[in-house]
Ligand binder design. Sequence first.
Ligand code: SF4
Ligand code: SF4
Length: 483
Amino acid sequence: MDVRAQIVMVFNLDKCIGCHTCSISCKNIWTDRKGAEYMWWNNVETKPGVGYPRHWENQERFKGGWVVDGKSLKLKAMGKGPTLLNMFFQPNLPKIEEYYEPFDFDYGNLAGAKAGDDQPTARAFSQISGKPIEEIQGGPNWDDDLSGSQIYAAQDPNLQEKQVIDSYASMFMQYLPRICNHCLNPACAASCPSRAIYKRGEDGIVLVDQEVCKGWRFCTSACPYKKVYFNWDSGKAEKCIFCYPRVEGGQCNACAHSCVGRIRYVGVLLYDADGVEGAALKGDAELVQAHRNLILDPRDPAVRAAAKKNGISERWLDAAEKSPVYTLVKEFGLALPLHPEFRTVPMAYYIPSLSPVLSTWGDTHKLLEHGMIPALETLRVPVGYLASILSGGNREVIEEALKKLIALRVFMRSANLKKESDSAALAEAGLDAAAAKRLYRLFTLASYDERNVIPPQQREEQDPERRKQQGGFGILKKTGRGR
Ligand code: SF4
Ligand code: SF4
């Protein structure tokens, strides 16, 4: 057992209101500069939709992530031959139009235009070329609120039941906030010929060393989430840094701190690095369980002893015990990995959504009033759709999580209405009253310190020499890209 600590974010999709405050705070701090105008390290997409960059989920187009090749994994886009051939030409890179051409408006003209017969206007111009843009063709969430849903939502690869967007009555939408997943098996790091991308030993944050990056852009191609960006001004790759300067001081990320819906939870998970490759090799339907099996119980004395041996401090172990992320991902199995079938073992997790309205038809609301769980097929967001995004197509995993969420609503509704609480729905979903109250608190009333349990870094407790000898961890041991 090779115990490592990972700092992880969980998103509760039911609570995201699509306000983009998270994206703006991130942009203001990290990407408000030349060459980074089109980058949104944190972005929020409308689903169903094609996302940002457009069609990022389509790996037939972008060839990101890993595929199983016999008993091992290989990068989807690269064997040895193509790596050399692609050194100067990357056919799978998204084009700028697939992100969007970044633009601003000529506000100075509003006050500075010469006197004339016409009202002065602020025309759009490209932030790359400086030339005027006659018609803006894209933005960071061009699908916003299902605008143009017949064009964009219909192209969502997760939407198997296309008819749901044909009728207003059955239409649904939700938001999907995304950051870099700081994966345990990062395709970006594995693909970099310069070894500029590495996963930090102390907290698992994946970073690009700007001094070492040569701008080959293999990472941009290899990341199936398209979360490494190329800065056209500096000629280097850039990505979400999980706000490490904040996290090192015990503060949560700017996106999580500013989140209006309080949908985000940040905390520590302990995992077994020896199991990462095996977990990524599982069949699609088994991937979620394989992820959960990697996560270790921070209260287990054997785990704590092995963690201490690996240099994980007492403060980090205590934080792992109090981690809201552990509660949501492992203990209750409510938070699920984004597209686990890309096999990077992503470390951002999502609680699937029931909202905006629990059902589109039938008597769901009546059932709820009577404390009964409605049939999952009547839920507004199709189970198959969520399964395609969050469980490698495994419907049972989604159903299990949704049942718990519905049972929680049924139970707390009756408790809040001072009706006799019926625990039958809870028991059916594998919960009890104490668990329901804990989860309800976490979802509704939890304070900043309950939602974000981040121990400050204590570098003096780390042993860099020992980490160097280990030569990285998990699957990165082979490539020497964990530090
Ligand atoms: S999402 Fe994973 S593969 Fe993509 S940049 Fe982040 S760590 Fe790398
Ligand atoms: S700030 Fe929070 S609620 Fe608003 S879009 Fe971002 S994740 Fe959603």
